[in-house]
Design a protein around this ligand. Structure first.
Ligand SMILES: C[S@@+](CC[C@H](N)C(=O)[O-])C[C@H]1O[C@@H](n2cnc3c(N)ncnc32)[C@H](O)[C@@H]1O
Length: 375
C-alpha cells in the first residue's frame, strides 16, 4: 500500500536540495539552448537582433538531427533542466520535433518566447506534453506600446492570442516585461492584467548593452524609478534578501574566491549555454563561444568551461570588495558589454544596488564596515 502522505516538493526546492548536496562540485545540471538568434520581432532594446529571414544565419544553425543528437548527449552527461530561448524559438520550423525529443529524453523544460508564432498544433503538443513553464515577454499592454517596441504591425494581437491559447489549454504560463523608457507607463497595469488572468508576472529592468553595437543606455529607466518599481512588487524585498544572504554565506565559506576568480556565478558550475551553431559558453551573455559541441563532446566542453572558471582576476577594482555584490546585477559579461572590459564597475548596476540596499536597510546596519563599489 502507498504511504498515506508524502512530502510535497516544488521544482525550485528540488533544485536547491540537489545543489546543496553537490556542495562545490561542478556538475552540468542545467543547459540553456539558443535554438536561433533570429527573431520575427525587431525590439528596440534587444541584445540579439538577427533578422528572421537571414538565410545565411539559418544555414549555419544546427540542423534538426544535430540538435537531437546534442540533446541525447546532454541528457547522457547528466543535464536535466533545459531552457529553450533565442531569438525566437518558434521561428524554427522543426520546433515541435526538437521539443518532443527533449521531453522524451526527460528534460524539465522552460520555453522563452514572444508567443506571436503560436499555432493550434503547437499548443496541442504542449498541452499533451507539459513544459515546466512557458514564459512570454509582453512588450507593452497596448498595441501602440507593443508595436513601438517590437516594430511589427499586428504582433500585439498575435501575442495576446498566444497568451489566450496557452491559458485555454492550461499550459503552465508566466508573463514578464522589460521595464524601460517605452514601456514604463504600462508596467504596473501589466501586473494587474496578469493578476486578472491568474498568471505570475515579473519585470526586468536592468538592460544590458547589445552584442551588435547599438547603444541602449538611453532606454534604461533612471535607477530611482526602476528600484521604486521593483519594490512595488512585494516579492522584491524577500527575493533580494535571499540573494544577499546567499552571497554572505558564500563569502563566509570561501572569503577569497570573490577577490581571486573572475567568474563566481553558476555559469560553468551547474549551468551553461549552447548557441544556435553548437558553441558552448558559460552563459548566453558571454561570447564568443569557447568550445564547439558539433565536433567535440559535452564532457570535454565542460572541462573547458572548468578551466575558464579558474581564470583569476587580473587587477583590483572596486566590485571585488563590494558588500553589495549579492544584490548587484553586475557580472563580467555585463562589464564587458558596457566597457569592453570584464573587470570594471558598471555605474548603472552600482547605482541600483545602492538604492536596493537602502530599501532593505542594509546600508544602515552595515554602515561601519561598508565598502561599496564606486564610493
Ligand atoms: C532575447 S529574448 C528571447 C526570447 C523571446 N523571443 C522573448 O521575446 O522573450 C529574452 C528576453 O531578453 C530580454 N532582453 C532583450 N534585450 C535585452 C537587453 N538589452 N537587456 C536585458 N534584457 C534584454 C527580452 O526583453 C526578453 O524578455
Amino acid at each position: 500500500m502507498w504511504p498515506m502522505s508524502c512530502e510535497e516538493l516544488t521544482y525550485n526546492q528540488l533544485g536547491e536540495n540537489i545543489k546543496a548536496r553537490l556542495g562545490g562540485q561542478r556538475v552540468p545540471l542545467s543547459v540553456t539552448v539558443g535554438l536561433t538568434d533570429r527573431c520575427n520581432l525587431w525590439c528596440v532594446h534587444c541584445f540579439v537582433h538577427d533578422p528572421a529571414r537571414d538565410q545565411e544565419l539559418r544555414a549555419r544553425e544546427l540542423t534538426t538531427e544535430q540538435w537531437i543528437d546534442l540533446f541525447d548527449r546532454l541528457a547522457e552527461a547528466g543535464c536535466f533542466w533545459m531552457t529553450m530561448t533565442g531569438g525566437e524559438i518558434l521561428l524554427r520550423p522543426d520546433f515541435a520535433d526538437l521539443y518532443r525529443h527533449a521531453k522524451q529524453r526527460g528534460f524539465l523544460l522552460s520555453l522563452l518566447t514572444n508567443g506571436t508564432l503560436l499555432t493550434p498544433e503547437l499548443v496541442a503538443l504542449l498541452a499533451e506534453w507539459y513544459p515546466l513553464v512557458v514564459e512570454i515577454t509582453l512588450y507593452g499592454l497596448t498595441r501602440e506600446t507593443y508595436e513601438a517596441v517590437t516594430g511589427v504591425a499586428g504582433a500585439y494581437d498575435r501575442c495576446l492570442r498566444g497568451v489566450r491559447m496557452f491559458l485555454e489549454a492550461r499550459v503552465p504560463l508566466r508573463l514578464k516585461t522589460i521595464a524601460m523608457v517605452p514601456t514604463r507607463h504600462e508596467v504596473r497595469a501589466m501586473y494587474q492584467f496578469a493578476a486578472e488572468l491568474g498568471v505570475e508576472f515579473r519585470h526586468d529592468g536592468v538592460l544590458f548593452q547589445t552584442f551588435h553595437g547599438k547603444d541602449i543606455r538611453d532606454l534604461r529607466l533612471p535607477p530611482e524609478e526602476l528600484v521604486a518599481l521593483d519594490f512595488a512588487n512585494p516579492k522584491a524585498a524577500p527575493d533580494l534578501r535571499r540573494l544577499d544572504d546567499r552571497y554572505r554565506d558564500l563569502v563566509e565559506k570561501a572569503p577569497h574566491d570573490f577577490q581571486e576568480y573572475l567568474y563566481t556565478c553558476g555559469g560553468g558550475l551547474r549551468s551553461f549555454y549552447v548557441d544556435p551553431y553548437g558553441g558552448m559558453s558559460l552563459c548566453q551573455m558571454t561570447r564568443p563561444a569557447v568550445y564547439d559541441l558539433v565536433s567535440g563532446t559535452v564532457e570535454e566542453g565542460w572541462e573547458v568551461l572548468g578551466e575558464l572558471r579558474q581564470r583569476r582576476v587580473s587587477k583590483d577594482f572596486a566590485c571585488l570588495h563590494c558588500h553589495l555584490a549579492g544584490i548587484c546585477q553586475r557580472c563580467p559579461a555585463f562589464s564587458f558589454l558596457e566597457h569592453g572590459d570584464p573587470e570594471t564597475v558598471v555605474e548603472y548596476a552600482c547605482a541600483i544596488a545602492r538604492l536596493r540596499a537602502q530599501e532593505l536597510g542594509l546600508v544602515d546596519s552595515m554602515a561601519k564596515e561598508l565598502v561599496v563599489a564606486g564610493s
